[in-house]
Ligand binder design. Structure first.
Ligand code: ABU
Length: 939
């Protein structure tokens, strides 16, 4: 075996010597410049592996006598640290320090951009082994640039193909703010748009990706394409871990040219706040796309090496340079073949140029930075270069770009697994293995949102509908009751027409309960606006009729109790004219209803209510499915200017409520015979107001909960209606049921309640009455004694021939002192009082000569009495033996109120006869002048 090797070596040596004999020795040197990013902290430090690789290529090129015969290539290089500024400095050094350079090699997009843009000024062709920026494909801007490194855009068709393959149509992009990534993203956006893929957000960062990652989370990004250098990639990965943007629900696309264990390298140097384990966990499952920088066939390349030969040599070389490839590949290891092939491309292009120049009688030795002709030849030669290198077939497009396949890899258990290749030219995606997903399920590109309409539950709807139906039936029953018993005084004096209107309003309100429960479950979307309109009309008109009827009653009670004399006289006139009409038309109700109809009509025409769907915050489903969320929504009836319309309606109804409340309070202890249930109506108004005050704010708070809102509003509505019906009609029904045949006397039989104030006033009157009676009794006693003494004195005077005192009061002569003459019926216990001079409803002052049972069964000595009828009967329960009573009326008849509506007056008051207004026994007014009774004057 060793003998065979020796023979091969000897043959090889002989061939080489024979070749050397054919080609001149390499005595002259062609200089090229090289810029390698090696020791920087940001960007791509691929010079670590690319520079040794380039030196290897240089050795190989120089060892070839047929290539650049007589010339050696020499590479002058320096470190740019992937910093554009430093890169420019290195370039100027290379240009201005002799010897003259024929071409430049450069890596790292940011540096290449600077170098390639400037190089044209020196007629220099630049060949990039490590710049992926799509911006570099601009021939106007970079007319002399070629690159063995494919443009980053070669990844984009692959990415789009993968997205389509897995059915992802919604992606997000996270990029570092560098031109290389910006231009890549622009290309990706165009391709996505063409393929119908939505880019939900595009986040960019300079150094700190935390906010951008947070935004991705906010946007519910699931499939994320990340474009950044490896240092930034580690920060992003740590941030992904911190914010939980990894795992079974997320797919990240990273750039494929990071070294295999990039996620766990340099963590402490770069102050990454995640452990290796955390980084590994976050990186699990991500996909990468990378251009194939290594020839996939193990055939011999231009250098005579296979890719494997090259790999071994490179690894040895890197080991010599201090990079332990067994532990970690240095940055740029992926691109090392590109650097190797770049040097070969330079050599081949110069070789071709050399021949072309020779044909013109020129030489590469004569090249200066002003030599456009030689530069043009070099450019043309480079353009035509094509060979099989360790990176594959090297050829340049018209834009100077490399054409390459892309490799798709996935990280499984911290290792990159090859899963497929994509050939852009043939649009051929080849899967080597199935991609593996954490839960065995392809992640979704978005959270699946299930819309769920919050509707009123069927049971509740049926229950409330039944309740409202019962209410409607009750209201209709009460209307019938009002009609049937309309002849009964009790019903007649309760304004049955008004009550019927109230009941109609209640029917409308209770009907709206059924409409309020109708939603998307029961009504088709197209018919929903009709339901909206019906709801508004029923609620508004129902409220106006029900509450308006109550309002109208208390309004009339208040008016009758407070109207002035003028008003009453006017009313009297008016009343006689419109007697019949007034019994039928309630103008308050008509007015309120008209306002409603006007508002509702304008609302319906100008800005009709439509179906609006309000969406609420996403909710997690009850099962544990992570990628599904429930989006609750609720239907509402809404106009464009809903607030304005609600403001108008609520404002108007609110004012009505407040005014109604005020009137109910004002008339709380007033009684009007023609509205016998006004007190209950007042109570009903309190009930409505209180319920409205509670219901309005509470229903606003719980408006997002269909069941709660419906239950609360409809329960309040039903409660309000039931209470009103019970308060106003139950006593009537009970009374009529008890005495079905009694026509009724018109008294307030349904309104028996006596207010506390009235009780108090009655009690005080009784006390005063008792005191007065005691006073009268004592004075009567005195009077009796005096009379007796006077009689005795008269008797003795008669005996002595003296005239009797004419001031002595007797039952038979009291007319001589005052205007009215009470007539006593002797020992009978009933006294008939005739009041001829007094006008009806006038007030007269009077005094009694003794304890007298006056009208209203009040014992009074002196007082003011109101005369209602020309005759009244007073019962005196005094023993028949008691001293006869003299009722003396003052001649100062007070102002009458006879201009009051006589008819009404008679109806209300005549039955009660005379009425004691004021007891003024001790009043100085009474004691003045002729108002005194003879007895008082005498006393
Ligand atoms: N594959 C390395 C590319 C580096 C750059 O474009 O800057």
């Amino acid at each position: 075996m060793s003998g065979f090797r020796l023979i091969v070596s000897i043959v090889f040596a002989l061939v080489t010597v024979s070749h050397c004999h054919k080609w001149p020795p390499k005595t002259k040197v062609l200089h090229i410049g090289g810029i390698f990013p090696i020791n920087g902290t940001e960007g791509w430090q691929g010079g670590m592996a690319c520079q040794p690789s380039a030196m290897m290529a240089l050795d190989d090129v120089n060892s070839r006598f047929d290539l650049l015969p007589g010339y050696k290539l020499k590479l002058h290089w320096n470190d740019s640290e992937c910093e554009p500024g430093l890169g420019a400095l290195v370039m100027y050094d290379l240009l201005y320090k002799p010897p003259q350079k024929l071409m430049l090699l450069a890596g790292c997009s940011t540096v290449c951009t600077t170098v390639a843009e400037a190089a044209k000024m020196w007629n220099l062709v630049v060949l990039s082994y490590g710049a992926s920026s799509p911006a570099l494909s601009n021939r106007q801007r970079f007319p002399t640039l070629f690159r063995t490194h494919p443009s980053a855009t070669v990844h984009n068709p692959t990415r789009v193909k993968i997205l389509q393959n897995f059915g992802w149509s919604r992606i997000a992009i996270l990029q570092q703010a560098e031109e290389v990534f910006i231009s890549t993203v622009e290309d990706l956006e165009t391709r996505c748009r063409e393929s119908g893929i939505e880019i939900v957000t595009r986040q960019s960062f300079l150094n700190d990706p935390s906010e951008s990652v947070r935004n991705l989370r906010r946007q519910d990004a699931r499939i994320i394409v990340g474009l950044f250098y490896v240092v930034a990639a580690r920060r992003v990965l740590c941030e992904m871990y911190k914010q939980g943007l990894y795992g079974s629900s997320y797919v990240w696309f990273f750039i494929g040219w990071y070294e295999d264990n990039w996620y766990e390298a340099n963590l402490s140097q770069e102050k990454i706040e995640c452990t290796r384990e955390q980084m590994k966990e976050a990186a699990e499952g991500h996909l990468t796309t990378e251009a194939l920088n290594w020839n996939q066939d193990n055939q011999k390349t231009i250098s005579g090496m296979t890719v494997e030969d090259y790999r071994k040599r490179l690894n040895n070389e890197l080991l010599k340079n201090g990079h332990d490839v067994n532990i970690r590949f240095p940055d740029g290891y992926q691109e090392a073949p590109l650097a190797y092939d770049a040097v070969w491309a330079v050599a081949l292009a110069l070789n071709r140029t050399m021949h072309r120049l020779a044909e013109r009688g020129r030489s590469l030795d004569d090249f200066t930075y002003n030599d456009a002709i030689s530069a043009g030849e070099i450019y043309s030669a480079m353009n035509a270069t094509q060979f099989l290198g360790v990176s594959g077939t090297v050829a340049f497009s018209s834009k100077g770009d490399r054409i390459a396949w892309t490799l798709i890899e996935q990280m499984i258990n911290g290792q990159y697994n090859k899963v497929g290749y994509y050939d852009t030219q043939t649009d051929n995606l080849t899967w080597l293995a199935e991609a593996r997903w954490i839960n065995g399920k392809i992640p979704q590109d978005r959270t699946i949102i299930i819309d769920k309409l919050r509707t009123v539950s069927f049971g509740l709807f049926v229950t409330m509908s039944l309740v409202s139906s019962v209410g409607i039936a009750a209201a209709i029953g009460l209307i019938i009751f009002n009609v049937v018993y309309r002849e009964q005084k009790l019903i007649e004096l309760s304004q049955p027409a008004c009550n019927n209107v109230m009941l109609v309003g209640i029917v409308l309100l209770l009907s709206s309960v059924i409409l309020l429960g109708m939603d998307g479950d029961t009504v088709p979307v197209v018919h929903f606006p009709v339901v909206c309109q019906l709801r508004a009309w029923l609620l508004c008109l129902g409220f106006t009729l029900a509450f308006g009827a109550m309002f109208s009653k208390v309004w009339r009670v208040h008016r009758q109790s407070t109207k002035s004399k003028e008003e009453t006289s006017k009313m009297k006139e008016k009343k006689s004219r419109t007697q019949s009409a007034k019994a039928k038309v309630d103008w308050v109700l008509v007015g309120l209803s008209c306002i409603d109809v006007i508002i509702l009509t304008i609302w319906a025409i100008v800005d009709p209510q439509m179906r609006m769907v309000e969406n609420f915050q996403l909710e997690n489903p009850s099962d544990t499915e992570k990628d599904i969320k429930i989006r609750p929504s609720m239907e509402h009836c809404e106009s464009k200017h809903q607030n304005i319309w609600l403001g108008v309606v609520y404002g108007y109804k609110g004012l009505l409520l407040i005014f109604g409340l005020f009137l109910a309070y004002e008339t709380r202890s007033m009684k009007v015979r023609s509205i016998n249930d006004s007190r209950y109506v007042g109570m009903s108004i309190y009930n409505v107001v209180v319920l409205c005050l509670i219901t309005a704010p509470v229903s606003l708070v719980i408006s997002s909960q269909a069941d709660a809102s419906f239950a609360f509003v409809t329960a309040a509505l039903a409660f309000c209606c039931f209470i009103s019906m019970a308060l106003i009609f139950l006593p009537k029904v009970v009374e009529v049921v008890r005495n079905p045949d009694r026509p009724g006397d018109g008294d307030d039989e349904t309104d028996q309640t006596v207010s506390k104030e009235e009780e108090e006033r009655y009690r005080k009157l009784q006390q005063e009455n008792e005191q007065l009676q005691q006073l009268i009794a004592s004075r009567e006693h005195k009077l009796k004694l005096l009379n007796q003494r006077l009689l005795e004195r008269n008797a003795s005077a008669n005996v002595n021939g003296v005239t009797a005192n004419p001031a002595v009061v007797s039952p038979s002569n009291n007319a001589s002192t005052n205007v009215s003459t009470p007539v006593m019926s002797g020992p009978a216990r009933t006294t008939t009082i005739h009041l001829p001079p007094a006008k009806k409803n006038s007030e007269v002052r009077f005094s009694t000569s003794s304890m007298e049972m006056l009208p209203n069964k009040t014992r009074v000595g002196v007082g003011i009495m109101k005369v209602h009828c020309t005759e009244t009967i007073v019962t005196d329960t005094a023993p028949s033996t008691a001293t006869p009573t003299t009722l003396v009326f003052n001649e100062e008849v007070m102002d009458g109120v006879g201009d009051e509506d006589q008819e009404e007056y008679e109806e209300r008051e005549c039955a009660t006869g005379v009425e004691l207004i004021e007891k003024i026994t001790d009043s100085p007014m009474f004691q003045r002048g002729s108002t005194r009774s003879p007895e008082e004057s005498y006393l």
